[in-house]
Every structure is written in C-alpha cells, then in structure tokens.
Design a binder for this molecule. Structure first.
Ligand SMILES: NC(=O)c1ccc[n+]([C@@H]2O[C@H](COP(=O)([O-])OP(=O)(O)OC[C@H]3O[C@@H](n4cnc5c(N)ncnc54)[C@H](O)[C@@H]3O)[C@@H](O)[C@H]2O)c1
Length: 490
C-alpha cells in the first residue's frame, strides 16, 4: 500500500480536512495563507493546511465561549451519549485515522492504529465518568447551616498538543474537558494537524454541537498568546516541551488561568543484577523504542548494575539488530522515521557528544541508509553524567547504558535530573522494587513493565515534567471548579 493511495482514499472519505474548524464550520485562514504538512518518511507534501493566527484564534475562542453557555448546562447523560457516539465513530474508522497518523507522523501503521485505540479509550472512559461528577455535603460547622460542594466546568479550555501522539494527546484532553462541560479550542502541532482535523470531523458527525470543539493551527505563538490573553479562556492544557510549557505557565499568570502541563521527561530505566533478563530486555525495548524513541516517557537513561551489565548490553544489542526500519506502511516495520531533520540532528549531536567523552557505540550510531530522517537503532555503552545525553531528552532510537554498583547509587543517578515523569525498574526482588519505586522522584513507575500508558491510570510528572494529571478519575478534576454553597439561617 503506497502513501499516495492512502492519501487519495482518505481524501475521498472526508478524512483529509485542511481548513480550521470553528463554530462547526471549516474555515480558511482569513488571508488565505497555508502551511505544508510533510510525510516524514518521504519528505513528500501531504497537504497544505490553513495557516491561522491571532484573528482566527479569537474567533474560535468566541465560538467556544458562546457554545459553553449551553454545553456547560447540558446533563451529564447528554454529554456522555455524544462522547460515546464520537468514540464509536473513532473506533469504526480507526484504520483511516491510523493511516493519517502514519502519513503525517511516521510511526508504523499497527502502532498508529494502537494510538487511535488508546486515544479512543480516553473518550470512552470520560463518557462514563461524566456521570460520576459528584459533589459533597459537608457536616456543618454551625447548627443552623447546611454546607454543599458542587463541581462545575471550568469554562473554555485552550488545548495545545505535540506531534508525537497527534491523536491520543488530543483525546486525553478533550475527552475529560467535554465530559466536564467545558468547550475547547485545540491547537495541534503544525507538523501534525491532520489527525486533529479528522477528529474534529468525527466530532461533527457524532453530533457534538458547533463551537464545542474548535481547531486552529498555524502561527503557534500568535495562537498561544491569544489563548493566554483572553479572559474567556479559563484553562490552558498543554503537552509538549518543557521550554514552551514554562512560557505558557508564565503567560497564564496575566489572567490567572488554571494550567496543566505535560512536559518533557528524562526517564531512568534501572536494571538490577537480580532482574529477569528476558523481562528486562522486553520491557526496555518497549520503553525505549516505541514511536522510534519519540515519547515523553521513553527510557532516556538505562542504568545497569555491574553484575548484569555485559550480559544485558549484549542481549539488547542483539535484539535491536533485528529491528526492521522503514516507512510506516511497509509490512513488519518496527521503527519509522524521526519527525524531521532537526530531530535527526539533535540525536546525532547528543550521540557525538557522548562518543567524544568516551561512550562506545555497540550497535547503530548513525543515520540509516534509507536516508531522509531514518536513524539506526543504537545502543551506546559507558555513558556517564558528564554527557549531554544523560540530561537531555534524546527523542530518538538511541539507548544509552550507564553502569552502577549499588541501589543507593542507582536512585541517586536516577533522581539527578530536573525532569520527573516516568521511571522503570527491573528486579525480581519485591522489597527492592517497592523501596526504589518510592524513592524515585517521578509521577509514573513501570515495575518489570515497559509499556504503562492507559486511560484508567493518571499520567503526569513531578518537578519540571509538569503539573496535573491526565487520564483516570483524577484527570477530570483538571476541568472542574469546586464551588462551596453555604445555606444559612435555617
Ligand atoms: N508529559 C507528557 O505527557 C508528554 C507527552 C508527549 C510529549 N511530551 C513532550 O513534548 C515534546 C515534544 O513535542 P513538541 O516538539 O511538539 O513540543 P513543542 O513544545 O515544541 O510543541 C508543542 C506544542 O506547542 C506549540 N507551541 C510552540 N511554541 C508555542 C508558543 N510560543 N505558544 C503556544 N504554543 C506553542 C507547538 O506548535 C505544539 O503545538 C517533548 O519534550 C516530549 O517529552 C510530553
């Protein structure tokens, strides 16, 4: 199946939208400007999409604000039913959505369809949770009073999302936002806007009212600033880099908005001498190489205890030698391309820095013969904390191995970072896994497990990896305000 055939099919089924979605209508940029979306596996232009900025963002905000006046007052059952319809349509079209992800983001098709299922699961989960937004009755502090707590939607939400999970990151925000009664202005990454637009098209087909879901993309700082400046936008939810997250947090201060941030990670993956080697290899492969190493919870530093180090390094190198690299539509491909040339250069720079400071390349270590943005799956050994790769997200298929002696040393290396999103531990000693999991400064710990994401569990970080949680019953709190009602003088 070629990318061009896929594109033609998506176009004829209405899944290839290229305009912004505002107030239930497809709209061009006011000045007609467009930006190109490329297929990272071939460099080919897939589509020209509307390039929007301040003006369109303000129209989208106004439309979301107007829609909020009614959507915020619908019953939970009504919202739940519409979300469920949206979920059903996503599942019914998961192959097409998967194809769109592979086209604009590059991940292998089966992984892309997996992302659609993951994203859909958030919408289904929050369709159910919508009916469980309970308040409280508080025992009164005076005899002639009754005290009630009710939960109300925050209002209009600005949702800014990254390119690495162009569908799931939107679903993880919009699912709970809509369930709570909020309306949204989505700003997807300019590298991958097509999934957001297709998701909006399906929300329209599901009967979600105009203005409840809006999508604008183009000049990111202009759209971001419009969302930050507006007093009608009451919350910013962001997934992306720590640098942009900090800017948004500072910008939100001007109008004192609620903010949740899912930012970059620097996950340690700790392999103890007593690990089950097979489980550790399988888990590390999942945690490191999913999405060609381009996830926020990717194992960024693989800490290996000295007794198992050589055996683990050999087994990991052997395992990745068999990885098939290629375009996401090719049968059996495990690793797709990186998102763009800048990403390849970053990976290469971090690798060269490590090698110049004494790291040894065990396998891979350079651009792939396929060209474009393909990079060889790589393992490097003898990494230490002086190397940039220990403190910066590599966001590519490079596994850096660091040697350690004791449990205390592993914890200390693992926590020696400003990030604190995910961590992984491989050990067959139950006491140790518990001890280490509690000592790690992060929001998520995989214990003898490399793939941990799910709609039923909270995703989020500590330290500079973010604020707030997405997914699970806690994810809904981010879109709700608690109002206290005091009934006096009984
Ligand atoms: N913690 C998580 O759950 C999570 C999940 C996925 C990705 N990430 C992180 O995201 C990063 C990769 O994504 P990215 O490269 O797209 O990140 P990015 O910060 O460059 O971009 C994210 C989004 O912010 C927008 N943006 C950029 N500048 C802006 C501005 N001034 N105002 C408003 N919006 C602006 C971009 O257009 C994009 O939509 C990695 O650091 C990764 O770890 C985190």
């Amino acid at each position: 199946m070629g990318a061009n055939d896929v594109l033609a099919r998506l176009n004829s089924s209405g899944f290839l939208q290229t305009r912004g979605f505002i107030g239930g209508k497809w709209v061009d940029a006011y000045d007609g400007k467009t930006i190109q979306v490329n297929n990272p596996a071939t460099g080919q232009v897939i589509a020209d999409v509307a390039c929007m900025g301040t003006k369109e963002a303000n129209v989208a905000i106004a439309s979301a604000y107007e829609a909020f006046q009614t959507w915020g007052k619908t019953t939970a059952a009504e919202r739940s039913k519409l979300l469920k319809k949206w979920y059903d349509l996503i599942i019914a079209n998961k192959e097409q959505l998967g194809e769109l992800i592979t086209l604009e983001q590059g991940k292998p098709l089966n992984e892309a369809i997996g992302e659609v299922s993951l994203g859909a699961s958030y919408i289904e989960f929050y369709a159910e949770e919508a009916k469980r937004i309970y308040g409280d009755i508080v025992p009164a502090n005076l005899p002639n009073r009754r005290l009630f707590l009710i939960k109300q939607p925050v209002g209009v939400v600005g949702a800014i999302t990254p390119w690495n999970f162009p569908f799931a990151m939107i679903a993880r925000k919009v699912g709970p936002a809509l369930a709570a009664g909020c309306t949204v202005v989505i700003k997807p990454s300019e590298l991958t806007p097509l999934c957001a637009l297709a998701a909006a098209e399906l929300s329209r087909r599901a009967g979600i009212p105009p203005g409840v879901v809006n999508v604008v993309m183009g000049i990111a700082p202009e759209i971001g600033d419009a969302l930050l400046a507006s007093t009608q936008v009451r919350k910013i939810t962001f997934t992306g880099s720590t640098a942009v997250g900090k800017k948004l947090m500072a910008g939100a201060a001007g109008t004192v908005k609620k903010v949740s941030l899912e930012l970059g990670g620097n996950a340690p993956c700790i392999i103890f001498d007593d690990a089950d080697l097979e489980v550790a290899i399988k888990g590390t492969l999942g945690a490191k190489f999913r999405n060609t190493g381009q996830t926020c919870i990717c194992a960024n530093r693989i800490l290996v205890q000295e007794g198992i180090y050589d055996k683990f390094a050999r087994a990991l190198s052997d395992a990745i030698k068999n990885f098939k690299v290629g375009g996401g539509f090719n049968e059996g491909v495990v690793l797709g391309p990186l998102i763009n040339e800048a990403a390849v250069q970053k990976v290469d720079t971090l690798l060269q820095d490590a090698v110049s400071k004494g790291a040894e390349v065990l396998v891979g270590g350079k651009r792939h013969g396929l060209g474009f943005t393909f990079y060889e799956p790589t393992v490097i050994s003898n990494v230490n904390k002086e190397m940039r790769i220990s403190s910066e997200e590599v966001f590519g298929p490079v596994a850096p191995l660091l040697r350690f002696k004791t449990e205390e040393e592993a914890i200390s290396i693992a926590n020696d970072t400003d990030a604190g999103l995910a961590a992984y531990i491989f050990s067959t000693n139950a006491q140790r896994t518990w001890r280490v999991a509690e000592a790690l400064e992060c929001g998520i710990v995989g214990i003898n497990e490399g793939l941990v994401s799910s709609e039923v569990t909270p995703h989020g970080g500590v330290k500079q990896s973010g604020l707030g949680r997405e997914g699970s019953k806690y994810g809904m709190d981010e879109y709700l305000e608690i109002k206290y009602l005091c009934l006096g003088n009984l």
